[in-house]
Write a protein that binds this ligand. Sequence first.
Ligand SMILES: NC(=O)c1ccc[n+]([C@@H]2O[C@H](COP(=O)([O-])OP(=O)(O)OC[C@H]3O[C@@H](n4cnc5c(N)ncnc54)[C@H](O)[C@@H]3O)[C@@H](O)[C@H]2O)c1
Length: 454
Amino acid sequence: MKTVVFGTGYVGLVSGVCLAEVGNTVTCVDIDSSKISALQKGQVPIYEPGLSELVLSNQEKERLSFTTDAVACLSDCDIAMIAVGTPQSENGSANLSAVFAVAQQIAEATERSLILVNKSTVPPGTGARVQSLVNEVLLGRERSDLQIEVVSNPEFLKEGNAIDDFMKPDRIVVGCSSDDAFDKMERLYQAFSRVGYKLVRMSVPSAELTKYSANAMLATRISFMNELSQLSEACGADIEDVRRGIGSDTRIGKSFLFAGLGFGGSCFPKDLNALKACYQSAGLQPKMIDAVLQINAEQRLRFLRKIVDAFQGNVQGKVFGLWGLTFKPRTDDVREAPAHTLIEELIKRGASVKCYDPKGIENTQKTLAYLGSSDQLHYKNSPYECVDGADALVLTTEWNEFRSPNFSKVKDHMRGDIVFDGRNQYREKDLQEVGLRLVAVGKGTSNPSSSATL
Ligand SMILES: NC(=O)c1ccc[n+]([C@@H]2O[C@H](COP(=O)([O-])OP(=O)(O)OC[C@H]3O[C@@H](n4cnc5c(N)ncnc54)[C@H](O)[C@@H]3O)[C@@H](O)[C@H]2O)c1
């Protein structure tokens, strides 16, 4: 099927590439001309494992192309897909201006009936608003002979595993109001639904709410464990044992139960705030979402307090080596990364930070550009360079290369002896063997010194 995807970010680019990989002809459109000219040359502007290879091979096979010219590529398309950003507005709600702009552009340009598939994460009711908008534009053009049906098809991929998630989805949620639109969606996704039927059909608002609900549920599990980690420290328990103990219950499951620095990224924080705004505009007050957000915001500050307390409340002049800048491993996305909060807070308190990340340095340099002139922030080329002369090491993202480091080498490079493990990756005895001390999250039993600081 001839498909046009609007937006070449993490979702649009992955969707476009995977749809091309199974034989569809896909054009990806973006208003960012520098991104498009890089993609036309086969250069992928984001880091996502396996993505570059698929972009190149599908370009070569002429199933995938990139343009800024939306009008030209709409002339013969069956499906137009919206995958633009829906960032957080000042009042917490989702900013839908890019979604509406694309819908308007499609309705103004198309010369044939098509399915307008919205993949961006949007509040329930947005599909209906987009449908009214496109109907009005078609009416204004005196082209009521054309049909544009708005379909909600939220995306559940995870950065770092996006290709696999798109190619082998747990489910494909389709919110639509006609059998014809559903039939086209079945055809579009048949290649991803061969092992077992994956499509879940529902109304448009149900599909929109399903996406927010999925993110809110996952974020709730993380905040639940982070809140438990406080009690764990206070009562001498180990949150990792508790995690294994409850995660092995099949009714609970193992995923998203890790205590640590809390969630970040481009989705959970903004989507929970948008969901909260939906409740408020419906005259409702969400208690659970508020709690999840509050626990999350406090969790990274509690970790900061552990660091500051370990230096008797004063980190002025101290040097920290920090491993990990992205909000999670296997991505270059640093949006809402806990590491950034820690860097900002440590620098504010007079410390200096030497940091390293396999993929996140460039984006951090842009996001924290305002600290650029500070001689307190340094970017390093390797984890060991990063701890040179450091009073402490802080682990903020669990990249593979940080999972089993040479602690003896770490100790030799450092001038201090503390490792703050924000992701509960390390075993205390391995550190003790080389003369390092461990401060982790929720480890009351094996780490009484950290609970004492609370
Ligand atoms: N990133 C994720 O892991 C993820 C997962 C599931 C869902 N989502 C949702 O998918 C949507 C997109 O997220 P993302 O992370 O890919 O965003 P992104 O910020 O990485 O990319 C958005 C792209 O849209 C482009 N764009 C903006 N206005 C445009 C227009 N009028 N025409 C064409 N292109 C335009 C931007 O230039 C940018 O390249 C959001 O609603 C997000 O919540 C994201």
